[in-house]
Design a protein around this ligand. Structure first.
Ligand code: IFM
Length: 485
């Protein structure tokens, strides 16, 4: 169930279709700061990042990039880039502090002001409802492993749609539910930091259900024409060798990394092989109640795809026991044990060659293959790349500039990959670069810089990197400039 390899036929990779949406993305906890103002209460990420040992250097999102205060300046930066759209997430605890009950208008007003500012600059707002920051109160009631969290999420979706629905045309329910379920409740390297694979699979189902219920809530509240999506970090899974054991390892990772979401959301059922692989961890017949699958499979208008690097897997050699000490955060390590439910006997490998500062191999062919797989398996479903980008060890020069040729190379290669997929028939409507500016990279803290704008955290000044100028030129031309550009 892995993708067919990319064909290497020459293709015009420079020009994109007219109407292609050029954007950049961020998420609330990674940029907003102002975590205790205007009624906001802690989310699981506030709690987690304040727990010693959970994040690099003890970094938290308390201050982040102060976007809550500086959003007007940030919208001006977006306007200078020429962005057609800006993807941001709403902080649930800013607008509904306990995850239940009425809206806190002071919090919602921030998003009203942000949306107004974007529209005044001709930038389409694209709202993500959930980018990992569950209200701590809901976690205290059981979090995503319990069913009621899905219902609370749909209520929250309705509140945000009521407040912003007249001005926001693109809505994403969840961002990367794989990370919420498996890094949050399975490997425990993300908030809330629980390490229980049964809880992780239960969380996956309730995230799916929350998505479906939220789609209904959004449809009921939004004007016709609003587009509803979900953003999945689909894994481009490749076996290390063509051996039967490595291909079987890839199948299992595909099941629990991809089809655990695409199965119910897009096909209306969990795949049989996933159910069999994980039957020792969860009683699916008790977990999935009557009507759940129909609710989860409500039609969406767009599929958001987040892609950074391929996932290369092999089977643990016979006789070798899994070593939990090698388990990493997303299966991007080398010889690292799987952080996937029920797959401790699968190893992950880094392809040789260049890597980003996250240690992730740079391989744009994975993006083409992924987009073409979606095109094959879900024909007629438009796609947007809702995240793609790279962290590098950017340095501010004494002259106040940031030269990041590696990021430009990364972006060039991945935009080329998108264009190849379009040329081969994939219906890709837009591209959101991760990220507008450097920000809080979760458990990695502020050390990893993904931004087009360098953030000097001491002064909070934003400095355009060379890649910002390059991306502005791409947007202006609707095409990727050739190597000399
Ligand atoms: O920073 C994250 C983002 O929040 C979700 N997708 C991956 C990015 C880079 O790790």
């Amino acid at each position: 169930m892995t993708s067919a390899p990319t064909e290497s036929a020459p293709v015009d990779t420079t020009a994109f279709p007219s109407g292609f949406l050029w954007g950049a993305a961020t998420a609330a906890y990674q940029i907003e700061g102002a975590v205790d103002v205007d009624g906001r209460t802690p989310s699981i990420w506030d709690t987690f990042s304040r727990t010693p040992g959970r994040t690099a250097g003890g970094d938290t999102g308390d201050r982040a990039t102060e976007h809550y205060l500086r959003y007007r300046q940030d919208v001006r930066l977006m306007s200078e880039l020429g962005l057609g759209a800006y993807r941001f997430s709403v902080s649930w605890t800013r607008v509904q502090p306990t995850g239940r009950g009425p809206v806190v208008e002071r919090g919602m007003d921030f998003y009203r002001r942000l949306v107004d500012e974007l529209l005044e600059h001709g930038i389409q707002p694209a709202v993500t409802l959930y980018h990992w920051d569950l209200p701590q109160d809901l976690e205290d009631l059981g979090g995503w492993p319990v069913r009621t969290t899905a219902e609370r999420f749909a209520d929250y979706a309705a509140l945000v749609a009521d407040a912003l629905g007249d001005r926001v045309g693109i809505w994403t329910t969840l961002n990367e539910p794989w990370c919420s379920a498996f890094l949050g409740y399975g490997s425990g390297v993300h908030a809330p930091g629980r390490a229980d694979w049964t809880a992780a699979l239960r969380a996956a189902h309730h995230l799916n259900l929350g998505h479906g219920l939220a789609v209904d809530a959004l449809r009921a509240a939004l004007p016709a024409g609003a587009r509803i999506a979900v953003s999945l970090n689909l894994h481009e899974v490749r076996p290390l060798t063509e051996s039967a054991a490595d291909r079987e390892a890839a199948r299992r990772i595909d099941a629990v990394g991809n089809r655990v979401f695409t199965g119910p959301m897009l096909n209306g059922a969990y795949p049989d092989d996933l159910l069999a692989d994980t039957a020792h961890l969860v009683d699916w017949r008790a977990l999935v109640q009557d009507g759940d699958l129909a609710a989860i499979a409500r039609p969406i208008d767009l599929l958001g795809v987040n892609y950074y690097t391929p996932t290369v897997t092999s089977a643990l050699p016979p006789g070798q026991a899994p070593d939990p000490a090698t388990a990493g955060d997303a299966g991007h390590g080398d010889g690292e044990q799987s952080p996937f439910a029920g797959c401790a006997d699968v190893l992950f490998h880094r392809a040789p060659g260049r890597r980003t500062d996250m240690g992730w191999p740079i391989d744009p062919t994975g993006l083409t293959d992924l987009l073409l797989r979606i095109h094959r398996e879900h024909p007629g479903l438009p796609v947007m790349v809702t995240e793609n980008g790279a962290a590098f060890d950017d340095r501010l020069t004494p002259e106040g500039t940031v030269h990041d040729p590696q990021r430009i190379d990364y972006l060039r290669g991945h935009l080329d990959a998108v264009r190849r997929a379009i040329a081969a028939g994939a219906d890709v409507r837009g591209y959101f670069l991760w990220s507008l500016m450097d920000n809080f990279e979760w458990a990695h803290g502020y050390g990893k810089r993904f931004g087009l704008y360098y953030v000097d955290y001491a002064t909070q000044s934003r400095i355009p990197k060379d890649s910002a100028r390059w991306y502005a030129e791409v947007i202006r031309a609707g095409a990727v400039p050739d190597q000399r550009g």
